[in-house]
Structure formats: C-alpha cells, structure tokens
Design a protein around this ligand. Sequence first.
Ligand SMILES: Cc1cc2nc3c(=O)[nH]c(=O)nc-3n(C[C@H](O)[C@H](O)[C@H](O)COP(=O)(O)OP(=O)(O)OC[C@H]3O[C@@H](n4cnc5c(N)ncnc54)[C@H](O)[C@@H]3O)c2cc1C
Length: 326
Amino acid sequence: MEHAKIVVVGAGPAGIATAVEAKVAGIGPVVILEKRPHPCDTIVSLYHEGKRVDPVYRKMKVEPLGVLSFDTESREEFLERMNKVIKEYDLDVRYKEDVQKIVREGDNLKVISGSGLEIEAPVVVVAIGVFGKPVKPSYKIPSKLKGKVLFSLPKEPPQGKKVLVVGGGDTAAETACYLADCGNDVYLSYRRPEFFRLNDVNRKNIEEYAKAGKVNLMMATDITGLDQDDDKVLVHFKDGSDVAYDYVFYCLGGMTPAVFLEGCGVEMDGKKPKLDDNFYYESNVPGLFLAGDLVALKGSIMAAFNSGKRVVEGILKKYGDKVRDC
Ligand SMILES: Cc1cc2nc3c(=O)[nH]c(=O)nc-3n(C[C@H](O)[C@H](O)[C@H](O)COP(=O)(O)OP(=O)(O)OC[C@H]3O[C@@H](n4cnc5c(N)ncnc54)[C@H](O)[C@@H]3O)c2cc1C
C-alpha cells in the first residue's frame, strides 16, 4: 500500500493549486490522481479552440490569495501555463486514475481508483469539479436526439447549420459567438428578458454579434420540450411555437457530483456538500477536504486557485503534525 501525506483527486485548477500550495508549505509527498490522460480536463474538453480564458468570470473579480494567478489569455496559453506549473513544482500527477472510492482506514483515508491503485493518506482533497455532470433541463430529451442535443461543443463544430444555444451565462454567449464564427445560423434562447451575469467582454461581443445579425437573440423565451422532426430537433416553446433546428446546445452549467461525494461519506445540504464554518472546506469526514467548483458559490478558475490556498491553510491548522514531517 502506497502512503502519501495528501492525496488530491483531480488535476484541474483547484487540484493543481492545492498541490502547489502544499509543496510551498513543505508538505510531502503529495500525489494527484487524475482520471484523464492530461491535466485540466474541463478546459481541454469543454473550452473551444482559441477560447479566451478570463480571470473575471460570472461577473466576479477574485483577487489571488496564493501562488497561482493569471491574466486573460487563450485556452492554449492557459493549458501551457498549467503544464509549466506541474513541471516547475515537480508535481506527482498520476494520469488515467479514475478515483472510485475514498474510505476510512484507521487514522488514514484510503483512495481507490478504477485501475486498482490504492493510496493511503491522513488528508485527501477532492477537486473533481462539476462539469462531469452537466445540468440538464427538467423535460425529457428523447434518446433519438442523441448527437443533435449537446451539452458541450464537439471536437468538430457544426458548420452551415441552424443551431439553438440555450442559456444566458458566459458559456452560452461564448458558444453562440463561436458557432456563428463557424458559419452557422445561430439562435440563443434565454428565459430572462436581459442578460445579467455576463462579463463585460462577453456582453459586448454578444451585443455586437446580435447587431450584425450573426446571432439571433431570443430573450424571455422558455422551452417546454423537444421532439424529433426527421433529422432535426423540434423545439417547443412556451408561447406555443415549434421551431426545428439542426442542433441544440445546452449551456446550463455543471452539477455537484452528489453520488460520488455521498459514497465517500460526505453529507449534503441540499445540492451542496456540508462544510466546516471556517472556509477551509473540510467536509464532515475528518481529513476529507473539498476544493474548486465543489465549494464555490460561483465557480471560476481564480476561485479554484484560491480554494487550494484556503484548503492547505486548513490542513496545516488542523493536521499540521500529520502532514508536515516527510
Ligand atoms: C465552457 C466553459 C467556459 C469557462 N470559461 C471560464 C473562464 O473564462 N474563466 C474562468 O475563470 N472560468 C471559466 N469556466 C469555469 C472553470 O472552468 C471552472 O470554474 C474551473 O475549471 C473549476 O476548476 P476545478 O479544478 O474545481 O474543476 P475542473 O476544472 O472541472 O477539474 C476537475 C478535474 O478532476 C478530474 N476528475 C473528475 N472526476 C475524477 C475522478 N473521479 N478521479 C480523478 N479525477 C477526476 C477531471 O478530469 C478534471 O481534470 C468555464 C467553464 C466552462 C464549462
């Protein structure tokens, strides 16, 4: 059985920041287990090529608390930055380790991955984000529409198609503009009469695209259901209209992976995990901390970086004697 001082689950911004802060604080060995063959899978898989990565996201400016920070840059530059961080801090990231379970084993927690790897540590930080589970609409999506109704951009985006984007946040606005740039006829349906949580750049862009006729804004529209219409998606709107699209993209955000957390013994408070009152993000399971989007009211990369710093402060306060001695 392998032993570490901290096992971090997930090599996204929060997991990497946690490992960096732990290293800087003299804690080791720290092992990160990442289910994909690369770090930052949300950014690799869900951000489109060349996407602007903004530190101000969901209208929230977050000042850096710890070592990691960044200014607006492209998706590719951001990923390069994170790979450099992993090298510079010599982080021990084990790829293709999909963590299935975390169980108590005496004073330690045992982390078990799908490959059969088991590591014990007094402290485990779960930083698996929320985008493994996209938020879905309340109505049923007919299985026949698979491949036509999407929750993220595919590697090869559609071109020359009639596309509906659903949502009113930064991701919806960026997706609509990107699909317009790919030569699609783009419609954006949002249930509110106005955007209220876009950052300034996305607001300006979507307004310019709308003015130029590249994106058709359908404000204050609500969808009640979907059906198949030959090879198209028939969208039923609340006002009684039915419109066919080649593709529908839902950009409604991500969902807390409650089943995974509850399987680790973490108690939930509604949709969110119960956490300590000191903002160190320890769960009800002693030694099991959460970081990043799992603990954020409004998730963003800067908030994920900062949560790593707070978690390590909490670990040092409560478990310093257990993790400091290498
Ligand atoms: C399309 C889109 C655009 C966005 N644009 C911005 C932006 O411009 N600026 C901004 O600040 N924020 C943006 N965000 C939000 C930002 O990406 C998240 O807030 C941030 O990535 C959260 O970091 P995290 O480390 O908590 O989780 P994630 O980045 O989701 O990382 C979680 C990691 O854990 C791994 N993992 C999951 N389950 C397991 C498991 N069981 N075992 C092992 N590993 C596991 C995943 O593979 C992943 O690498 C955007 C989000 C989306 C979807």
